[in-house]
Design a binder for this molecule. Structure first.
Ligand code: NAD
Length: 506
């Protein structure tokens, strides 16, 4: 990918096995490199008719894809894994260019994307049902799993490679067909992924990509031939998607926003804890749903930690994510930067202090493009739990610090949040960890781990306003979400046993 092309290309949708222009787009948006302000491409805002074409293709492909053996579907995923592996660096550079995160973060994201495919290759094992012989004399019962049908996913800007792959590989491994709507802010990385999917020669319509925004989403929520919807994005949109898709009778999982706390106990190993906090708060410029955005220091941890944390934060270099030396890239857009600065101004007005203030970045002499969406890592101190900066998702490189006297108080603060995506505790005490993991109301817990990142074989998601639904993403939950269970009870009379009364043992 380059951002020096004269006329940014207009992206196409991928429908029924071919790249096609959006025929019913209401307009286009520029895809912007957030480090330079340069346009990278134009993305169509596809219309509901474009979505309908993709759903028709996915519906038409269902019988033939479902009939492909489970082992052959797994082999297709092995082939996909090999193709994506060969494109790792292209994918990572695309992620960094369109989203802004550092190239190291982008490579890690692509590694996790590929791990999702690896986990889905286990489908001949993970999709198995179960059998019980002799539920009654001569009568057996078994539960089998079958695909749900046409499945759709709506994804956010912050993981252009990985988040779509929380869903796509598991959905098609289970024999479903799939329609993806990428984030209109970062649609380029999935163009590469779909080039590789195209090369697999799947039956046309097994995987489809429709670029666009709200109109495509709303059409998905109402479409009678879409059977399951996965959403990842902000909490308000997650609620809309959950309610409307459920009302339309669809299976739905909606992963929303977050406000993640990191609790540091007085016995934490300080240098390692600082590393964990820095990675969590400022990695991907704080634009991770698992970003630690509130630091809760317990007792003496505060004085032990803060000086080292401030020093390390001041040492981070802000720049274009594609440069290997950059620690913190831009945020997604200048509008996002302005929004984040608004949070800081209001925190100051509420009485907070900024021992590290990312609003004062070095000028153009530092090599930062004046058109870039840069805001440096920021520490907000003297924060109380009631302040906006402690409650709302900022989604930028901003760490609010709250000091408390006890683990009890820390747990109370974590549990008072309306979000419950992830949280971390830093301590060497098993007893503190045991209490913490038992009592906190969150879906993902890190112990001396700043970002309890998704692991493909385990389910991933939050609680409370961070998640609406029942089954989380990937892992065993992914297979549950993408399959319907069918229970068969059977007997045969000719073996001489099946004539017993059903369920009545003599
Ligand atoms: P967003 O909610 O603005 O957009 C997400 C998707 O929804 C996009 O594809 C967008 O086109 C669509 N969309 C936006 N507004 C819509 C509307 N009014 N109606 C219908 N569709 C709409 O989120 P974002 O800014 O792209 O991503 C950042 C958010 O995602 C953060 O809140 C972050 O915490 C969250 N997130 C959560 C997780 C998780 O696992 N819980 C993971 C990644 C990101």
């Amino acid at each position: 990918m380059t951002d020096t092309a004269a006329a940014p290309r207009l992206l196409e949708n991928y429908v029924a096995g071919a790249w096609r222009p959006a025929a019913h787009a209401s307009g286009t948006l520029d895809v912007i490199n957030p480090a330079t302000g340069a346009p990278l491409a134009r993305v169509p805002l596809s219309g509901s008719e474009d979505l309908n074409a993709a759903v028709s293709a996915a519906t038409a492909a269902l019988p033939s894809w479902r009939a492909v053996s489970t082992i052959a579907r797994a082999q297709t995923l092995f082939a996909l894994r090999a193709r994506l592996d060969a494109r790792r660096e292209d994918l990572a550079r695309s992620v960094s260019t369109e989203m802004g995160k550092t190239i190291a973060d982008a490579r890690a994201e692509v590694a996790r994307m590929i791990e999702m495919v690896e986990a889905a290759t286990a489908i001949p094992t993970t999709m198995q049902g179960y059998v019980l012989e002799d539920v009654s004399r001569g009568i057996d019962a078994m539960t089998i799993r079958q695909p749900v049908g046409v499945c759709a996913a709506i994804v956010p800007f912050n993981f252009p490679a990985m988040v779509p792959f929380w869903f796509l590989p598991f959905a098609i491994a289970c024999g479903n067909t799939f329609v993806l709507k990428p984030s209109e802010q970062v649609p380029l990385t999935q163009q590469i992924a779909f080039e590789e999917l195209h090369a697999l020669n799947l039956p046309p319509g097994v995987v489809n990509l429709v670029n666009g925004g709200r109109e495509v989403v709303e059409s998905m929520l109402e479409h009678p031939d879409i059977h399951a919807i996965s959403f990842v994005g902000s909490a308000p949109v997650a609620r809309i998607v959950y309610e409307r898709a459920a009302r339309a009778g669809k299976r739905v999982q909606a992963l929303g926003g977050a406000k993640n706390h990191m609790v540091v106990m007085p016995d934490a190993v300080i240098d390692k804890t600082v590393e964990g906090i820095i990675g969590s708060a400022f990695g991907a410029a704080g634009q991770r749903c698992m970003a630690g955005s509130v630091l809760v220091t317990v007792g003496a941890a505060h004085e032990r930690l803060l000086p080292a944390l401030v020093r390390a934060t001041e040492g981070l270099s802000v720049g274009n994510g594609l440069e290997e030396a950059t620690d913190v890239g831009p945020v997604i857009s200048c509008a996002a930067r302005d929004r984040i600065e608004g949070y800081l101004e209001r925190a100051l007005a509420e009485g907070a202090r900024l021992p590290v203030d990312g609003r004062s970045l070095p000028g153009p002499a530092s090599g930062l493009s004046p058109e870039g969406a840069f805001i440096g890592p920021t520490i907000v101190e003297a924060v109380t739990p009631e302040m906006e900066i402690a409650r709302e998702e900022v989604f930028g490189p901003v760490l609010a610090v709250i000091h408390v006297a006890s683990l009890d108080e820390a747990i109370a603060i974590v549990n008072a949040s309306r979000f419950g995506n992830g949280t971390s505790i830093f301590t060497e005490s098993g007893a503190s960890v045991r209490r913490y993991q038992h009592e906190v109301e969150a879906g993902m817990i890190g112990v001396n781990i700043g970002v309890a990142a998704p692991v493909a074989f385990f389910p991933f998601s939050g609680w409370k306003d961070s998640f609406l639904g029942d089954l989380h993403a990937h892992g065993r939950d992914g297979v549950e979400f993408y399959t319907r269970k069918k229970t068969i009870t059977s007997r045969y009379y000719s073996d001489g046993q099946g004539s017993e009364a059903y369920f009545i043992e003599s």
